[in-house]
Design a binder for this molecule. Structure first.
Ligand code: ZN
Length: 429
């Protein structure tokens, strides 16, 4: 049993049930779990490893609920296109992915996320050319020591059948389901503090059949794993669903069993009041991806209304071909600002934006062991050096400083699956 003591944080933001913020804060950790949280003076004075966090704000590790890591290799393409045109430009490029590219894209994208304060990420990978497998990205996540929810995504409705992707990147549905089963049986860790979890994730209404949606839901539920897809992202998708299925995307998803506490949908931009009610009533989660929604001109997701009604909402950077980066703390800032665009500067506060990136993400991924710094929770914490030019003038409120000020700050991130070393040479940037 090894112990770790973090002490003297200028401010420790717990996100616990009381939302305590502790000055001169400290954490005492035994193995993977937090044992005590409080002012430095009230905690033990020593441990196997001691971190002096003077000059830092310490936060729960951030949780990313939507990504396509392989897109880290294809940024700044189709720069001025809406989603469908953007996808049609990129599909042929992504069709050239190899196992090595999937591994490298994951390693690059996850490292970028960790530098931005992320300790748990999901990924949604939905095309598997040249023998690439979910194993390739799980290997990269394991080497970096980040908690990883790997979504075995899929596409089965090619252009010749009326879908959007070219036939060359779609798979046979039996093969998809068999590989989902293999991934769950090989990698899924359902236990508390599990480092790898598998999610079943057909890509979108315009790239898979209703049959695959139904079968995927049945398969996931037979194993007790979660379900994820893209939904209500654009008006084009809404028109596609009305034309092909005779209903809006959310009604289509509901018909196929794609609502519930074990489901979260990416984007959820175009939701009616009744559809928001359905999310709340069924406990269906939403992954908000503000940068991608702005980049592709998709619209503004009704996050304020979802939160007011009690929906479960997390934050996602989305793939790096539509962001075109993976800075999760910066994404929280984007979320805060985007809700204000329509005229209400109090539409989302700094505290609420951080909540989306921590507790909200944990809830959406179905975890009760991350997202807050409290006894019994995983010791997933990050620190940001407050001694930065960009924070000058804002240190009367350090939490507001990290959300309102510099969008690109690097965090010191404790690797959930790796040895903990004190921050070395953190100079701020
Ligand atoms: Zn996406």
């Amino acid at each position: 049993m090894s112990t770790l003591l973090l002490q003297h944080a200028d401010l420790l933001v717990t996100m616990d049930a009381q939302r305590r913020q502790i000055k001169d804060g400290a954490l005492f950790v035994r193995d993977q779990a937090i044992e005590q949280v409080g002012p430095t003076a009230s905690l033990p004075a020593s441990a196997d490893t001691v971190i002096n966090a003077r000059g830092m704000i310490v936060l729960p590790g951030l949780v990313n609920t939507h990504h396509h890591l392989y897109q880290s290799l294809t940024r700044a393409l189709a720069q001025d296109s809406v989603l469908f045109a953007w996808l049609k430009t990129l599909y042929p490029i992504w069709a050239r992915l190899t196992p090595e590219a999937v591994y490298l894209g994951a390693k690059l994208g996850l490292a970028e996320l960790m530098l931005s304060g992320c300790t748990t990420s999901s990924d949604h990978h939905y095309l598997w050319p040249h023998g690439s497998r979910i194993d390739d990205e799980i290997e990269a996540a394991g080497e970096l020591g980040i908690r990883f929810h790997a979504s075995r995504g899929s596409m089965s409705l090619g252009e010749s059948q009326g879908g959007l992707p070219p036939d060359s990147v779609v798979e046979d549905e039996d093969a998809i389901l068999a590989d989902c089963r293999r991934a769950i049986e090989t990698f899924h860790q359902r236990e508390r503090f599990g480092m790898v979890r598998i999610v079943v994730a057909p890509c979108s209404p315009f790239s898979v059949t209703p049959d695959l949606m139904r079968e995927s839901a049945a398969l996931a539920r037979s194993y007790g794993v979660r379900l994820h897809t893209h939904l209500a992202e654009t008006k084009d998708e809404e028109e596609f669903c009305l034309a092909r299925f005779g209903r809006r995307p959310v009604a289509y998803a509901e018909d196929l069993g794609w609502t519930g506490r074990d489901v979260w949908h990416a984007h959820c931009v175009h939701l009616s009041e009744a559809e928001i009610d359905l999310f709340v009533r069924t406990g269906t989660g939403a992954a908000h991806c503000p940068s991608s929604n702005m980049r592709l001109g998709s619209g503004i997701a009704p996050i304020r209304r979802l939160l007011d009604r009690g929906a479960s909402v997390g934050l996602g950077v989305d793939g790096s071909a539509s962001n075109d980066g993976a800075h999760l703390l910066g994404e929280a800032r984007q979320a805060m600002l985007l809700q204000r665009v329509l005229g209400n500067p109090a539409a989302l506060t700094a505290q609420e934006a951080l909540e989306l990136a921590t507790l909200g993400g944990a809830a959406v991924l179905g975890r009760d062991d991350i997202g807050a710094l409290a006894p019994g929770m995983a010791a997933d914490f990050i620190g940001l050096n407050l001694n930065r030019l960009a924070y000058s003038g804002a240190l009367h409120d350090p939490l507001a400083a990290v959300l309102f000020c510099a969008a690109g700050a690097s965090a010191w991130t404790r690797r959930p699956g790796g040895a903990t070393a004190p921050p070395a040479g953190e100079s701020g940037d």
